[in-house]
Every structure is written in structure tokens, then in C-alpha cells.
Design a protein around this ligand. Sequence first.
Ligand SMILES: Cc1cc2nc3c(=O)[nH]c(=O)nc-3n(C[C@H](O)[C@H](O)[C@H](O)COP(=O)(O)O)c2cc1C
Length: 187
Amino acid sequence: MSQVKHVAVLVGSLRKESINRKIALALANLAPPSIKLEIVEIGDLPLYSEDIDVTPPAAYQTFREKIKASDAVLFITPEYNRSVPAALKNALDVGSRPYGQSAWSGKPGAVVSASPGAIGGFGANHHLRQSLVFLNVPCMQQPETYISNAGTIFDDGGKLTEKTQSFMQTVINAYADWVLLQSRTQK
Ligand SMILES: Cc1cc2nc3c(=O)[nH]c(=O)nc-3n(C[C@H](O)[C@H](O)[C@H](O)COP(=O)(O)O)c2cc1C
């Protein structure tokens, strides 16, 4: 049996009651034994500046170490003004430096976007993928995961509705396969 792969999960919302955070936690519970999901917090990262990175703040260093120590990265995000929330873009930027020492390169990735609206964060999802191409994060292509009407996917007890849970299971199983495939390919 191969070793469990550790997945760093980045949630694009800093809101306590975030739907995307709840989705992240639900996916962590649904994950097959081959992968283990853990949220890496991004809310305490100072806005990226090359000036402050001359002497990197502790928050930058800790974040970079956590991403480097992970085997894979999973992004779960809302859409802000048809794009990636600033906190998540900032985390991408922090992890991409110092130049030539990006924490992201080669980590198998996937993007899940969720919105109470009708198009499920499609704009954020694809803007994020644009950065991930440059950052050399090979992204799972299918199933594409745009969760629309996301305000309705949890029941009163906070559990995913049956239909959504079934889809989420498909997503996380496919992602686990993707992580293992990429890990083998990169050896
Ligand atoms: C600054 C801002 C911009 C937003 N822009 C969009 C948008 O472009 N598309 C969309 O579907 N929802 C948009 N929303 C609504 C979010 O999808 C909604 O607040 C969602 O619940 C945020 O995700 P969360 O529950 O994980 O915090 C926006 C919300 C904020 C605060």
C-alpha cells in the first residue's frame, strides 16, 4: 500500500460561516484513505510586497514550509467580482517567492468553486487556473467543479444533501486518483 498523500487545502474565503470552508471540511471527510486533506490558513499573510520579503515575516515562512511539505494542493474558493478573492491570490503570490523557489511547482492541484449564484464561481475558477498554469501546478481537468446555488447544498443539520454529497464523492475520488497518478509520473 502506497504512502498517504498530504493535501494542503486553501480556502478562498476568510468568513467564519464560509460555504467554501464547509465544503472543504466535507471533502476532507469524504476523502479516500490514499489522501489526507488539511486546511492551510491564509488569513494572516501580510499583503505580498518584495520590500517586506527582504526579511520574510514568520507568516510567509510558515506558509511556504507547509505548502512545500505537502504532496498536493486543493483550492476551494468563492468568486469575488468574477475573479479570485484577494486573500487567495495573495497566498499564491507569497508561495511563489523567493524567485526560483516557488512552493507550488509540481504539486498536483484541483479547483473547486462555489457560489450562492447561478454560475458556481466559474470566473474565479478559471482565473485561478490561469495562475496555476504559470505556477506549474498540474490541475485535474475533470470533473470540473462549479457549485452553483451553494446556499442550498447543506441541510439544516449542516450535512451535504444526498445529491451534492454523491457529486463531491466523485470529485474527491477523481482528485485522489489524480494525485497518485501525478506522484508516480514525477518519480
Ligand atoms: C466582494 C464580493 C464580491 C462578490 N462577487 C461575486 C461574484 O462575482 N460572483 C458570485 O457568484 N458571487 C459573488 N459574491 C458573493 C459570494 O459568492 C458569496 O458571498 C459567497 O457566499 C462567498 O463564499 P463563502 O460563503 O465561502 O464566504 C461576492 C461577494 C463579495 C463579498
